[in-house]
Design a protein around this ligand. Structure first.
Ligand SMILES: Cc1cc2nc3c(=O)[nH]c(=O)nc-3n(C[C@H](O)[C@H](O)[C@H](O)COP(=O)(O)O)c2cc1C
Length: 320
């Protein structure tokens, strides 16, 4: 059984990766994507996206981080893969799932799911650029508009020498609309011999069990579920359906805010807090009450005071 924290550009940044992996239970993290056009990128780009490279390619709690690359230029992807490895990435992940129009217009991400042969070429180029013992993984959706090429795409990735494949159980056209189609993953599982990592809409230990059963794999990538429940991986391992107590979650919110305030340019701090609380409020009633207090607040010193009060008295703060 492997549990992997999903790449989530602009959401699972170094702060949340640190905080979530510190709760335990994760085997690996995939970074936000590094977009490759036709150049070898400077080291600073890799360090910006994945500061963990500065500390041995691991989060503070020791979870290995794998850099994800997005693009279609074979030589540039190969060279950037070598660079990421040299900087300490735990293998390379290739993004064939990004639905963004801008990214897709430049022939990156999910749009490549219309061309199994291109997927093959991209994986092959990166595979050949790296020593055989290093992992080259790929992440795809079920398809672009539909699932017609789903098995061709999965086979192309496997035949090109990928070590493992993660599949988000939706097409690009399905966006993030529930449900995730876990049963399609079983068809992919049967079509390839490399390990399959299932992804999409696992919010609880019960979802984990159902997804494993339907998809036929014990390996799951957790995305938004881990943002909303930072201890989800640990709870899955202990089959514990009890959500994190508000007092403990308040402590994590306080820690997150202090680290963001310490390291991030001021203009981004409030947005980061609000973005996380916006996810938390979907599942924690107390977070909803806190959200109502911070949503329109722009003053960082007022937010400092609010978060200090939260840590001092989590129940009172959320209720008054
Ligand atoms: C805000 C956001 C950013 C994302 N960025 C990436 C990304 O950089 N690379 C990638 O492969 N997938 C990305 N994804 C997709 C997730 O990795 C994952 O496949 C998707 O959220 C479904 O899993 P979940 O239901 O567990 O969240 C992103 C998803 C979200 C919500």
């Amino acid at each position: 059984m492997r549990l992997i924290l999903a790449p989530m550009e602009g959401l699972a940044d170094v702060y949340l990766r640190r905080l979530i992996t510190a709760q335990g239970g994760f085997d690996r993290v995939v970074s936000e994507f590094v977009r490759v056009v036709d150049q070898v990128l400077p080291e600073s780009v890799f360090y910006n996206v994945c500061p963990e490279l500065l500390q041995g390619g691991r989060t503070d709690s020791g979870t290995p981080v794998r850099v994800q690359l997005l693009g279609n230029h074979l030589d540039a992807l190969a060279a950037n893969a070598q660079r990421a490895i040299a900087l300490g990435s735990d293998g390379i992940d290739l993004n064939f799932g990004c639905p963004s129009k801008t990214v897709n217009r430049s022939q990156g991400g999910a749009v490549l799911l219309r061309e199994p042969d291109t997927l093959y070429q991209v994986v092959r180029a990166v595979r050949e650029a790296l020593p055989a013992h290093l992992v080259v993984s790929a992440k795809m959706r079920l398809g672009y508009d539909d699932t017609d090429l789903m098995l061709d795409n999965a086979r192309a990735i496997a035949d090109a020498g990928a070590t493992e494949l993660t599949v988000h159980a939706r097409t690009r056209a399905q966006g993030y609309a529930p449900p995730a189609h876990w049963h399609e993953l079983a068809r992919i599982r049967a079509a390839i011999t490399i390990p399959l990592i299932a992804n999409g809409d696992v919010w609880s230990p019960a979802d984990y069990r159902a997804c494993c059963h339907i998809a036929g794999t014990p390996d799951i990538m957790l995305g938004r579920g881990a943002i909303r429940h930072p201890d989800l991986a640990q709870r899955i391992r202990h089959n514990d359906e009890t959500p994190m107590a508000w007092a403990r979650l308040s402590g994590l919110i306080g820690q997150f805010w202090r680290e963001v305030r310490r390291d991030m340019p001021e203009k981004y701090c409030a947005g980061r807090l609000k973005q996380w609380l916006n996810h938390l409020r979907a599942v924690h009633p107390d977070a909803e009450r806190l959200w109502q207090k911070v949503r329109a607040e722009r003053s960082l010193s007022t937010l400092d005071t609010l978060i200090r009060a939260l840590e001092a008295d989590p129940e009172g703060m959320a209720k008054d």
